[in-house]
Ligand binder design. Sequence first.
Ligand code: UD1
Length: 440
Amino acid sequence: MTSLSAAAPWWRPNTHHRLIIRGGRPLIGTYPISGAKNAVLPLMVSALLTPHLVTLRNVPANLDVAVLAALLQRLGCEMHWSTNSATNGTGLAVTLCADRVRPHRIDPDLVTRMRASVLLLGALLARCGEALLPMPGGDAIGLRGIDFHIAGLRAMGATVELDGGMIRAAARDGLRGADILLPQPSVGATENLLLAAVAAMGTTTIRNAAREPEIADLAACLIAMGARISGLGTHVLVIEGGAPLTGAVHTVLPDRIEFGTLARAAALTDGELILPRAHIDLLGAAAASYGAAGVELHDTADGAIARRAKQGLVGVDITTGSYPGFATDLQAPTMALLTMASGLSAVTETIFEQRFRHVDELRKMGANIAVHGRTARIRGVERLQGAAVTCTDVRAAAALVLAGLGASGETILDGLDHLDRGYDRMTEKLAACGANIARR
Ligand code: UD1
């Protein structure tokens, strides 16, 4: 299997398998918000579209980035990593050079670790006219089909066959522009089709496109590379394909999911966090729900400040939805907060079918949660108690960290790869803000 640290030298394999949290301490201090995980992955893939240099700044040092770096390296993409001091950031900078791409050199083990590897399909088809990929893996949170991706690529003239767990795609004469209507505003399908469309001949229209800020970030980088894309931030993206692509230098936007998670951690522990580079606008319409639950946010020149509101934590009803709605990636961390809020809450998950696997873990800590179909009803308790719990997916992992920080006694988490997939040095950053947290 490909070594991650050969492609991502900053990556330190996890030698400690447990995270021990002694809860009850307020988080006070500065918690730097990293570049967005969900933006950097498609941005790294976009480097496959051009033989020129693509430099990304504010790259988060997390496991998904290391896995994608290893995948890209095997495909022939060279990478040069450095610290981001030039931009005053805390993240990494990477320069990617894909002057020779070898589309068959896919590492199946790595692909099956991460759903975002499906984005290689659009980019490899665009650059090489062919792609062979195992069905991608990722969190076990629902069906997560890739039928929208495949239908869109077929509409652009590609042949795509599913054969024994492999996806075999080809567009020997190149892709051509198409008018594509997504059945649902899928983030990944919008990104995959965007990557393919910039290299297709003619105009592609993606209707019912997802509007997540990470998509506009990808489009901004592609435009800097010479692509012609309009409709950024709307449900209709129009791409005039075929423009020659140069290199680009792009700074990854701040991670709104990390921001929302840490804002809750500040309120849950009755502390106060300064979250550099975060600002309330990143949260879309969901920002209103923060105040209602007792999470107070202010924008300042140093970043957002988060603390508990005077009225304390209050039960609320939330329903996840596509951006600008309430992010499904914040559903589990929000539930952790609501387990200790006064009164009743209802959390309805509309994006993924199986995104309540954290409920059983939170119950082990004394949470009062009943699940009926896609809705979880929560009656807040005074305080959770520490317990041994298991991280089941990347956002569930963050939720359990929050629960542990707010609980009394000791919480022991295992399944830490899930946490490391999505968060850049969370343990260290929390410890610097006063958390009693360590890996053993
Ligand atoms: C991305 C995010 C993930 C986030 C999710 C929803 C990345 C790397 N991951 O995942 O963190 O939780 O958006 O905001 O950016 N669907 C299909 N067929 C398809 C595509 C999607 O049925 O071809 C369904 C999925 O099963 C799911 C829903 O559409 O129920 C939304 O999925 P999608 O927006 O595609 O999520 P991802 O791009 O996988």
